[in-house]
Design a protein. Structure first.
Length: 86
């Protein structure tokens, strides 16, 4: 369930980067995703690896690509909805 909580927090990320990408916040986010990736079920490992790549691409941008981010998070959300529903 900790994975689900971390993903819920990830969904708020695009809001924090509405004006510009804060490199410190982005580094914190990347660290959080990497930490969570080490705890996810095997079925989510590729999705988290893709999410990390999307975040890495945002390092070079002034504007956060929220569409790419949300697209990367979507399969993770779908898996959680199908496998962790209460």
């Amino acid at each position: 369930m900790a994975v689900a909580a971390n993903v819920a927090v990830l969904l708020l990320v695009p809001l924090s980067f509405l004006t510009e990408v804060d490199q410190e916040e982005l580094a914190d986010l990347e660290a959080q995703v990497a930490k969570t990736r080490n705890r996810v079920p095997r079925a989510l490992e590729k999705d988290f690896a893709h999410l990390e790549k999307v975040l890495a691409k945002n390092n070079a941008n002034e504007e956060f690509d929220d569409e790419a981010f949300l697209d990367a998070v979507e399969p993770i959300q779908d898996w959680l909805a199908a496998n962790c529903a209460s």
